[in-house]
Design a protein around this ligand. Structure first.
Ligand SMILES: Cc1cc2nc3c(=O)[nH]c(=O)nc-3n(C[C@H](O)[C@H](O)[C@H](O)COP(=O)(O)OP(=O)(O)OC[C@H]3O[C@@H](n4cnc5c(N)ncnc54)[C@H](O)[C@@H]3O)c2cc1C
Length: 421
């Protein structure tokens, strides 16, 4: 009988899980990557699918294809439901998987702050399905406004509310403004899409709280120039299919998009482990779960910290660095050369775009805005796409859209009951 290799199960093929599996490519292990989707999604560009600039296949890739050349990796499409830490078994909706090492990289989901009943009226952006659903709603709103005979109803349909003014909310608001004021400007006869009202609501005192004040000021001015209303220190107290209730008033709206909060995947519950308020597993300096040196949590599902205790942000580079670290740590342990080096996160910078030649970039002390920032943002995002083919397609699509003001992915497909009020 050939000697059995140690079994490493990686739950989640997002940014963190993929890096962990790649770091184990040359190790004498059997890696099983289990994900509930058959594709890895590049979330930073999802808003472009939601606003018809890119197609789903430009920002997502079959996980099986990513690992086609990694002989020690098996890809399974199944949903993790729980972990038996005593017997070292992962329970999925399809099969049970035994492990010697377990990596939990199942990411995060939207948080409606205890109001999950708002989810249908105000979808968030996390998966490809979310992006195509939001795209459908935005495009249907314009179609129905063209059909509306009542002026009040027409105004409601042409009102778009985005809840949450972090990077995703700002990117969505900027892109919807461009759809209304540029892409669709001359496509309708009974309505003028340029009259669309776009409102960005933020409970905190300013937009882009993760960015310095100077860059947030630039973002706010750019949003105003694009005709976007920004309401800070405003709380949403209710969402339904016809609008949002605020702590002071109501906005009737045809489309509501939720970009306000995230909660970690239920990994902490599967393990019965300590977690923070966002549900993220409290991990030790080597990202292992206290009491379980064979289980690691990483990316958006882990509450990891800098040595001074500040939380490591829930962004793609952090998940990738954690994945690489955990993969190498497991390989070293199996090779009998365990390392006691703790995980150290290197923050490379923050970027966000507000739309056509407008972006903010913070790299150490360097700050970029405007066209230069936008160029830098575009190059970085193209560089990090998984497939070379998509780098060309996305670069070409952006160049074409830039010249023509068009967006090519404007199809309305699979209309569902909950897309109508
Ligand atoms: C709209 C949006 C825009 C963003 N923009 C940026 C940006 O510009 N820059 C940046 O750095 N970061 C950005 N982020 C954050 C970044 O995408 C996340 O920090 C990063 O994806 C976290 O990586 P992860 O590996 O922890 O989780 P994810 O990449 O979310 O991957 C989790 C994986 O686990 C799978 N999964 C979940 N539950 C289960 C289960 N029960 N069973 C099996 N599989 C499961 C999912 O299908 C998914 O494939 C953005 C996020 C969003 C939502």
């Amino acid at each position: 009988m050939p000697a059995q290799h140690p079994k490493v199960v990686i739950a989640g093929a997002g940014f963190g899980g993929i890096e962990a599996a790649r770091a184990l490519a040359k190790a004498p292990v059997d890696v099983t990557i289990v994900d509930k989707q058959n594709h890895h999604c590049f979330q930073p560009l999802l808003y472009q699918v939601a606003t018809a600039a890119l197609s789903p296949a430009d920002v997502a890739w079959p996980i099986r294809r990513i690992f086609r050349r990694q002989a020690n990796a098996t890809v399974l499409m199944a949903t993790v439901r729980g972990v038996d830490t005593a017997r070292r078994i992962v329970h999925t909706d399809a099969i049970d998987l035994a492990y010697d090492y377990l990596v939990l990289a199942t990411g995060a989901a939207h948080s409606y702050f205890g109001h999950d009943e708002w989810a249908d009226a105000a979808p968030g952006l996390k998966r490809i399905e979310d992006a195509t659903r939001i795209r459908r709603r935005i495009l249907i709103a314009f179609e129905r406004a063209e059909l509306a005979t009542d002026e009040k109803e027409r105004k409601r349909l042409l009102t778009f509310v985005i809840v949450g003014a972090g990077a995703t909310g700002v990117e969505m608001a900027g892109a919807i403004s461009e759809v209304a004021r540029q892409t669709l400007a001359t496509d309708f006869r009974r309505i003028d899409p340029r009259t669309a009202r776009i409102v960005l609501i933020e409970a905190g005192p300013r937009v882009m709280p993760a960015f310095p004040e100077s860059l947030a000021g630039y973002v706010r001015r750019t949003l105003a120039a694009k005709g976007i209303e920004v309401m800070t220190q405003t709380r949403v107290t209710g969402c339904d299919m016809r609008g949002v209730d605020l702590d002071h008033g109501r906005i009737d709206a045809g489309t509501i998009i939720w970009a306000a909060g995230v909660v970690a995947s239920p990994a902490a519950q599967w393990l019965g482990a300590e977690h923070d308020r966002a549900g993220r597993v409290q991990v030790g300096p080597d990202l292992s779960v206290p009491g379980h040196p064979e289980i690691f949590a990483l990316g958006d599902t882990a509450a990891a910290a800098y040595p001074d205790g500040r939380p490591i942000p829930g962004i793609a580079p952090a998940a990738k660095q954690m994945g690489r670290y955990v993969g190498r740590l497991i390989a070293a342990r199996i090779a009998g050369t365990p390392s006691s080096r703790p995980f150290r996160y290197r923050h490379q910078g923050d970027l966000a775009t507000v739309g056509r030649h407008a972006a903010v970039v913070k790299l150490g002390r360097m700050e970029l805005t405007g066209f230069l920032g936008w160029l830098f943002w575009s190059v970085v995002h193209i560089f990090f796409l998984v497939e070379v083919r998509d780098r060309f397609i996305v670069a070409f699509t952006w160049a074409w859209d830039y010249i023509t003001f068009q967006r090519g992915a404007r199809l309305i497909t699979e209309v569902r009951r909950d897309d109508r009020d």
